[in-house]
Ligand binder design. Structure first.
Ligand SMILES: *Cc1c(COP(=O)(O)O)cnc(C)c1O
Length: 391
């Protein structure tokens, strides 16, 4: 072999200075002084709670996805809980949701004393499999529970398969909540995630595709009555004013500073979603022959909250170890589906268990993904991953 053929791969494996899983500092540099000015304006203005930036952001957020209304709240978990409070969810009620998701999706159902019924996912999309929904109704019947709502999750940024899910909900009089914490802004057959479902919710946790500099969340809906109740519920069940309490509510507001941060980030969000498509395409091109790379449904666009590949279960630990040695951070979302978790084991699963959720939990591993991942760094990550899969 000529010397160049043996030295070239070694040269390609020289790690860049530091690889971030999500590079928020690069985003910060990209936005520049506009961010500092926006934050300082709030600091000097003094309207720290429900200041003008909050309503301005809510309006822009709704406009972005084509929903009529957005209501900011303290985080993405509260956003889902507030929807369930509007529905007056209580013990004896059930909510259908996936098990292969972040705990918040089912947690809020349990908060209210109701029962989550876990359904399996589609192996190609990691999202709720519409074919499993009828089995959830049977399970609810057997347990004497009434299915009030269904929470679909846009996992890893890809929208859930909303056409069959919406049809199922309509047929059975079930309220559809879209947990778009990871998929806000994704596209589903001409619609934008955030405007799909009776309610859509999102999270502005810093690592989400649209994140702030702390905690934040929002509910989106077209329903005027729901908006009124949500605006009351998130400020202690207020009526005409703060000291008129007409229902039991909570304290869950989006901070003015976070709204100011989000206004800056929303301004570049479309561009960022575009950048993420290029990053995803480069990964698919570079790794498609050695790992299972994620696919996107026809006529859909993912926001790529995560770029999750799959490797054989027996090789995953070694793969992660080798990537760490190469200086490449990875993460496993999610190592254990909810129906296997200590806190959630007691809740029912639909049908005969959730084999797909159980299987993929042992195979998934997420690679660095953000809008500022440059081609050179990504080539290095791809080379490292290919090496780690051979090792
Ligand atoms: C992050 C996340 C949430 C919760 O959002 P927080 O703002 O952290 O409360 C809910 N559902 C999913 C799918 C998430 O990824």
């Amino acid at each position: 072999m000529p010397p160049s053929a043996t030295t070239a791969p070694a040269a390609a494996m020289t790690p860049p200075a530091r690889i971030d899983f999500i590079d928020l500092k690069a985003q910060r540099r990209h936005i520049g002084t506009a961010m500092d000015e926006a934050i300082l304006k709030v600091v000097h203005g003094g309207a720290y709670v429900l200041g003008p930036e909050v309503r301005e952001f809510e309006n822009r957020l709704a406009e972005f996805c084509g929903a009529k209304h957005a209501i900011g709240c303290a985080n993405g978990t509260d956003a889902i809980a507030l929807c369930l409070m509007v529905l007056k969810l209580r013990p004896g009620d059930a909510v259908i949701c996936p098990s292969f998701t972040f705990a918040a999706t089912a947690e809020v159902v349990a908060w209210l004393g109701a029962t989550p019924i876990f359904v399996d996912i589609d192996e190609a999309t990691y999202n709720m499999d519409p074919k499993g929904l009828d089995a959830a109704l049977v399970t609810a019947d057997q347990l004497g529970l009434k299915v009030k709502a269904l929470i679909a999750v846009d996992l890893f940024g890809q929208p859930a398969d909303y056409d069959p899910i919406s049809a199922f909900c309509k047929t059975h009089g079930i309220v559809l909540i879209a947990d778009s914490a990871q998929g806000f802004g994704a596209r589903y057959k001409g619609r934008v995630a955030g405007s799909i479902g009776d309610f859509a919710t999102t999270s502005f946790f810093p690592a989400k595709p649209l994140g702030c500099y702390g905690d934040g969340g929002a509910v989106l809906t077209d329903n005027e009555e729901h908006v009124e109740v949500l605006r009351s519920l998130h400020v202690h069940g207020r009526g005409t004013d703060k000291y008129d309490n007409i229902r039991i509510g909570v304290n869950s507001r989006l901070d003015t500073i976070q709204a100011a941060v989000l206004l800056q980030k929303l301004a570049i969000f479309d561009w960022e979603i575009g950048q993420r498509q290029m990053v995803a395409a480069r990964y698919a091109e570079g790794l498609g022959d050695v790992a299972i790379v994620p696919g996107v449904m026809k006529d859909c666009v993912s926001t790529w909250a995560q770029y999750t590949i799959r490797v054989p279960a027996s090789q995953r630990a070694r793969f992660i170890e080798r990537m760490t040695e190469h200086g490449v951070p990875t993460a496993v979302y999610y190592p254990k589906p909810l129906h296997q978790q200590t806190a959630y084991k007691r809740f029912p699963v639909a049908g005969n268990g959730l084999p797909v959720s159980d299987k993929v939990a042992h195979e998934v591993v997420a690679l660095p993904m953000h809008a500022f991942l440059d081609p050179a760094t990504q080539d290095y990550i791809i080379a490292a991953a290919r090496e780690a899969l051979r090792a």
